[in-house]
Design a protein around this ligand. Sequence first.
Ligand code: ZN
Length: 542
Amino acid sequence: MNLIILNGNIYTMNKRNPKAEALFIEDGIFKNIGSNKEISELINKSSLVIDADGKTILPGFIDSHMHLAMFGSNLYECNLVGTKSIEELINKVKDYISSKKIPKGDWVIGKGWNEDYFNVKRLPNRYDLDKISKEHNICLTRGCYHMCVVNSNVLDEIGINKENHEINNGIFDIDQNSVPTGICRESAMKLVYSKLPKVSKDRFKEYIKLASNYVLSRGITSLCTDDFMLPGIEWQNVIDSYTEMNRDGELKIRVYEQCLLPTLEYIKEFASKGYKTGIGDDHFKIGQLKILTDGNLGTRTAYLSEPYSDDNSTFGIPQYTQNELDNLILTATESGLQIASHAIGDKSINMVIDALEKLPEEYKKRDLRSNIVHCQVTNDRLLKKFKKLNIVANVQPIFLNYDIHMAESRLGPSRITNSYNWKTLLNEGIKVALGSDSPVELPDTMLGIYSAVTRKDLNGFPNGGWFPEEKLTVDEALHGFTIDAAYSSFSEDIKGSIEIGKLADFVVLSENIYEIEPENIKNVKVLKTFIDGKLVFDIEKI
Ligand SMILES: [Zn+2]
């Protein structure tokens, strides 16, 4: 059987042939692309013909960085996104415990709160959570995933108290009497996470299925996802789960796994088992080594070269020394692993670039395509090096929804002009791959395109856009979510555009996003999603 699409308003993302009307698909591949007349002539008795009725068709979206399993676990656990007060947070978790009938002594896990959205802007603390329950272990992670709050039970369990609350590369917040408040930042949060119950492979697969169904409804057909950071699961089980799902026909989307391996020992063990970038098939592939070099601006843990403008006592929290980072990046490169380094502050970005520059010449000559994920605070000198080292800027435009309201006070009037500067990145000739970092934000590509094009939050603030000279065009944003995201994962030869010979992944939209008001892009619906030429999401069937 073959599939024929006629009467489409097709934007191919192929610069040589940017527009088309019709597609001929066989064996999951675009076999022909052209006008209605050309493709109609190919109809035979085994053709399934779909009339697209003039609708806009684009290549399937590729999310350049997210956390699929964690997004799935959020759909499964207590969802605290959008909570407006500490009272509401308490009530949501109480309701969750009773609806799921969670026994006393068990863990209660919630995610997604952010005190900036509370009516009274203070962090929740152990005493708030003790009102929910003193007999469960409660851990509620902030939407940024760099901080959590726990109840007194958890602090007792991990042995954190007035006398014992120091930790390297992290903070247990304390009150004026040195008593821990329940807020755990960075490695303090990881210590809590290390106590969480294990995630079985079956549960992991459940998360992936829940999350996949969601992203398919948003037109995402491929994603680069860091799942090793999901608390409670060994990295080998992540790979085995995906491999089994792929074998059993349960993996509906294409996954490029961004492997978070925090130490040299982990990287060596991983490599010794034969894993390196590119191992796998078109549905599940080992992607980059993910390295976390700092935190984020919201919690003042992104690592800056000058102190924070709204707290000059801190530069942020680096996760590695320069020497440690040099060794990680050298060992990874020797082991055939592409790098995707989370770096938000300019100092962190500088450290990653330093480490890449120190690689032996023979490695630097290779097509490394190192990704710097987020790269929010930059400067002209760093951008020149991006270009020289062919670093991909892996950017999350939807971050503006929150960061518009916070970044300027963190960075001050001067540094802010060098931050979130996406148009400048493109003008410098740097490849910009776009993603959502879900579950930090929703994996909804239309929201990402809206943010990139309008530079406004989801309420339309500010009028005219935030630093509007850095707006991307719709076409530039679409390239970031298709062919350039494919480039970031060494897969531009097989996907990211509608081209003869490529995988037949594409989406049908409710409206032509090139022609509507940019403000309305966030309301555009994905009507249908196809992978391998097969319909995997249809809005009429939900
Ligand atoms: Zn991330």
